[in-house]
Write a protein that binds this ligand. Structure first.
Ligand code: NAP
Length: 327
C-alpha cells in the first residue's frame, strides 16, 4: 500500500512539473525583441510563405532583403515592404555569392536573421524520377541555403542573430511520390541540426519550420507536377518497363483525384508566416515549429510512431493504387 501511494504521489508530481514547464515555456516564448532597422534576409519571396514573411517582418520595422527568382516577384516583394529585392537563380552559385557580397555591403556587415524560405518540388514516383530532378531539387532546397548561410555567418555572428530554415513535414516524415523533395528536406534538417550546435557557441539561434500543406503556388502545382516528371522519363526512357506499372491512364486519375483532395486539406500559409516571425523576434525562439493543424496532429504522430505502423498509413496515401507488376 505505501508503495502504491508513493507511486501515486510521484505520478502527480511529474504531471504537475509537466504542466508548470509548459506554462513557463508559453510565458517565456511571449517576450519579443524589437527588430526595427535590423537587417533580415528572406529567400523565396516571389510568392507564398516567403512573400508573407517579407510583409510581416517589414511591418515589424526590419530592413528586409527579399531574394526573388523573377523581376515580377521582386516588384511584388518591394510592394510588400522589402528594402531591397535582388532577383536571381539560387541554384547559380556565382549569382548567389554576388548577392551575398552585396547584402554584406548594404547591411554594413551586421545581419539579424536569414530566413531560407525558397523551395522547389518535382513530384513523381521513383520509377519515373529522372536523376537530374534530384539534383535540381537539392540545388535549391539544400545547397543554396548551405552556401548562403556560410557567406552570411560572420555578419550573423556579429548580431548574435538567427537562422530560420523552412523545411516541411516531409523533412520529418517521408511520403511516397516525392522522394527528391523529401530527401532534400531531410538533408536540410540534418544540416540545421549540426549548424545549431556549432552556432550555439556564439549565441546564434537556429530554428526549423515544418509546414504542413499550405495554400500557395507550390501546393497548387504539386499533383499536376507528376505529369512533368512522367513526361521527362518518357523522353529519357521511352521503352522502359516502368510504364507498365505507372501507365498514363493511371497517372491522369491519380493527379485528378489527389489535386481535389489536396485542395480540401491545404491550410492558410499565415500559420507558417507567424511561426517564422516568432522565430525571428521572440526572445526565446523554439528550435522547431510544426506549422498548421496537420503538422501538429497527423505528422507529429507519424513521426513518433513505430515505422511499421507509419508504413501502413503512408501506403494509404497512394490512391488509386498503381497496377500490380506482372514481372
Ligand atoms: N506550400 C506547402 O504546402 C509547403 C509545405 C511544406 C513546406 N513548404 C516549404 O515552404 C517554403 C515556401 O514554399 P511556398 O509554399 O511558399 O511555395 P512557393 O510560393 O512556390 O514559394 C517558393 C519560392 O521559391 C522560389 N524559388 C524556387 N526555385 C528558385 C530558384 N531556383 N531561385 C530562386 N528562387 C526560387 C519560387 O520562385 P518562383 O515562384 O518564381 O518559382 C518561390 O518564390 C518552401 O521551402 C517549401 O518547400 C511548403
Amino acid at each position: 500500500m505505501p508503495f502504491v501511494l508513493a507511486l501515486g504521489y510521484a505520478t502527480l508530481l511529474i504531471l504537475l512539473l509537466g504542466v508548470a514547464s509548459q506554462i513557463y515555456k508559453k510565458f517565456k516564448s511571449r517576450r519579443h525583441l524589437d527588430i526595427t532597422d535590423q537587417w533580415v534576409v528572406v529567400t523565396g519571396c516571389d510568392s507564398g510563405i516567403g512573400q508573407g514573411a517579407v510583409r510581416a517582418l517589414a511591418k515589424d520595422g526590419a530592413k528586409v532583403v527579399a531574394c526573388c527568382y523573377t523581376e515580377t516577384g521582386a516588384n511584388a516583394a518591394l510592394a510588400a515592404g522589402a528594402t531591397w529585392a535582388p532577383h536571381f537563380d539560387l541554384s547559380d552559385d556565382g549569382a548567389l555569392r554576388d548577392v551575398a557580397e552585396q547584402i554584406l555591403t548594404q547591411s554594413g556587415g551586421a545581419l539579424w536573421c536569414v530566413v531560407h524560405a525558397a523551395g522547389t518540388v518535382l513530384p513523381g514516383f521513383i520509377d519515373y524520377q529522372p536523376i537530374k530532378f534530384y539534383r535540381d531539387v537539392m540545388a535549391v532546397n539544400f545547397f543554396a541555403p548551405v552556401l548562403l548561410t556560410q557567406k552570411l555567418l560572420t555578419a550573423l555572428r556579429r548580431c548574435r542573430g538567427r537562422v530560420i530554415v523552412v523545411s516541411s513535414v516531409d523533412g520529418i516524415v517521408s511520403l511516397p511520390g516525392n522522394a527528391p523533395y523529401d530527401a532534400s528536406k531531410f538533408a536540410i534538417e540534418a544540416y540545421a541540426d549540426a549548424l545549431r550546435t556549432e552556432l550555439s557557441f556564439c549565441g546564434v539561434g537556429v530554428s526549423v519550420i515544418n509546414p504542413a500543406t499550405m495554400r500557395t503556388p507550390m501546393a497548387d502545382a504539386f499533383f499536376p507536377g507528376h505529369r512533368k516528371t512522367w513526361t521527362a522519363m518518357a523522353a529519357e526512357d521511352p521503352e522502359g518497363d516502368w510504364q507498365a506499372l505507372w501507365p498514363e491512364s493511371w497517372l491522369n486519375q491519380y493527379v485528378e483525384k489527389n489535386t481535389r483532395q489536396l485542395r480540401s486539406i491545404a491550410e492558410d500559409p499565415a500559420a507558417a508566416v507567424n511561426d517564422i516571425v516568432h522565430a525571428a523576434t521572440a526572445a526565446h525562439p523554439k528550435l522547431r515549429y510544426l506549422s498548421g493543424r496537420l503538422a501538429k496532429s497527423l505528422f507529429y504522430a507519424l513521426w513518433l510512431m513505430p515505422e511499421s505502423w507509419s508504413l501502413r498509413i503512408k501506403r494509404l496515401t497512394v490512391q488509386p493504387k498503381p497496377p500490380r507488376s506482372t514481372s
